[in-house]
Write a protein that binds this ligand. Sequence first.
Ligand code: HEM
Length: 360
Amino acid sequence: MTELSEPFPRTARDGLGRLVLRRHADVVAAAHDPATFSSAVSRYLQVPNGLDGAEHAAFRRLLDPFFAPERMSALAPALERTAHGVVAALGVGTFDAVSVLGARFAVRAQSVWLGWPTDLEDELLAWVEDNRAASRSGDVARTTKVAERFDAIIRSLLAARRDDGVPVDVTTELMGLKTEDGRGLTDAELVSILRNWTGGDLSSLALCTGVVVHWLATHPAHQPALAVADDESLDAAIVEMLRLDDPFVSNRRIATSDTTAGGCPVAAGDRLVLDWRAANRDPDAFADADSYDPDGHAAANLVYGTGPHVCPGRPLATLELRILVRTLLAAGRVTLDDSHRPVREEAPAAGFRSVSVTLA
Ligand code: HEM
């Protein structure tokens, strides 16, 4: 449905025939109308992603407190130590901002947060790589196998905690939660929650790191000011860099009744895609959408979504990225490595597969 006469295509059809909403106003409208555009798009249990209505809201009330400001403040010193360790290990010379810096920091930071053993790092890093390759391949059997491997890792961590009765950490705390009607969480729910917290985040944080480091390397004049910026200014700068080149492309919905979206007729059961990446560059929503303007563009920024499914992990992702960027800029200035051009990530992800940079 892309109309070439329109400067910014309102909608498109993807390779699966799904309606892709690209305009900011259309994406926001659909994201705020979960009764018509349901998130129950998968045949697998997805807590809370795949839930709607009261059930979804109850899980958000249960899980959102894990990202409360006081918890993030308490976590910050351990994440700072983690970032220092990862940046110190870069040494001199060039490194890949996605796999060496971003993915390694993401895995260590997640393990620190959830209380997972450090010896899981290599297995998780290998999983991140395989998961990205499987997503690129579009091969459902391969993606399912990779997902099952991750579930097995999580189940073994849960089992170890049951056997040994061990540490008080975020994972054991999650295992002890009771729903509002007084029951404990099932294993399937625990695995799904941890999969959504970690599986998605490991890849997105690595991709976010690639985009942010690429922006810094290609805008060197901003580096000295950002190195000493306060939390609020640095967070605003980072989320604006991510808006300009959003690596978290889209989420799916399914229509519950006959309706319209983006000016197109939609039948009950039709699948749709909310294209955050395109909406984040919609000239109708952002004055000079291609320019860098952290303050001016903040209100309409959709990097972390909007509506009832808005990202609950935003405070954690924001903290991790702030700490990583600050640690990196405290260690030196970042420049692109001229001998290795940045390699773009392929659909369904975006951002970069690799960004080779030098820190000096
Ligand atoms: C690294 C950068 C991240 C980006 C760009 C990002 C982006 C998003 C977006 C756009 C959504 C909305 C999905 C929708 O409307 O269907 C979302 C939802 C979600 N995110 Fe994030 N996210 C990030 C990090 C995290 C982290 C660190 C966590 C947890 C540790 C997390 C957990 C979730 C969960 C569980 C949902 C589903 C919420 C729901 O359906 O109610 N995300 N994220």
